[in-house]
Design a protein. Structure first.
Length: 256
């Protein structure tokens, strides 16, 4: 999308926030690289424990920075307050999940799961808002291929995780269904500004959560699982933020 002179301050703010985000991400991975030892069952050990403090602070800053980027980009430029508010709500719920999952234990995991589930529902409602407000559909063959691949994934996840997840199995399956539906919604959108990033974001989110689930409930830790989970998660949140920003700005421009 092309920016005019009036958007130059926003572009400078975007670059500053992107630089801050890169710094935070580097701090997160450096802390994990030096201090984290991954254990079976999704557990971890931090030595020395100060690295965990650095990691958790960095993790807690990712979504506030992205939310600020999103909010500034749409400030006084988008008439679509419903879409904006739904995205910000989704990001807020995911942030609660981020913070909660810095704690250990089943209770923290369940709260984090519910928070992210609610966030994904808000993202789904955002896609629904686009479908019901004049955004077109992707070609039918794209919808069929994406639907077949994603629907084929669900039975595999259910078969692999139902028994290991124990009492959490129903919640995990509901979560898997919702995030799969979110990914499918992105592939149903017709091509346009930001849509490719939305497809990247939802697909990366699905990959991140699958790695996390199999790492937590599997018999052995996934090699470098934390780096794969957080790497795909950061890509997902960044792509969703920028993708929805471009979508909202495009919709605002076409209304004028």
């Amino acid at each position: 999308m092309k920016y005019g002179p009036s958007l130059e301050p926003t572009m400078r703010a975007d670059r500053s926030l992107d630089a801050a985000l890169v710094t935070v991400v580097i701090a997160l991975f450096v802390a994990a690289g030096f201090g984290l030892k991954e254990l079976p069952g999704g557990a971890s050990e931090w030595m020395p424990k100060e690295w965990k403090g650095v990691h958790d602070c960095a993790k807690g800053l990712i979504l506030p920075l992205l939310a600020l980027r999103f909010g500034l980009a749409l400030s006084n430029r988008s008439e679509d307050r419903v879409l904006r508010n739904r995205i910000l709500t989704a990001m807020g719920l995911c942030w609660i999940g981020d913070v909660t999952l810095t704690f250990s234990g089943e209770t923290a995991f369940l709260i984090g799961l519910v928070s992210f589930l609610a966030g994904h529902v808000m993202f789904l409602l955002s896609f629904r808002h686009l479908f019901t407000h004049d955004w077109g559909w992707s070609p039918r063959r794209v919808q069929i291929i994406a639907g077949a691949l994603l629907c084929g994934l669900l039975p595999v996840v259910a078969h692999s995780l139902w028994e290991p997840a124990g009492d959490l199995a129903p919640a995990v399956m509901v979560y898997a269904f919702v995030i799969t539906a979110m990914a499918y919604a992105a592939w149903r959108l017709a091509s346009g500004p930001g849509v490719l990033l939305l497809r990247l974001g939802t697909t990366a989110f699905l990959a991140s959560d699958l790695i996390l689930a199999f790492g937590r409930f599997g018999e052995a830790p996934i090699p470098n699982g934390h780096f794969w989970v957080m790497g795909t998660y950061i890509v997902a949140q960044w792509a969703l933020t920028v993708g929805f920003t471009e979508v909202a700005l495009h919709r605002g421009a076409t209304r004028r």
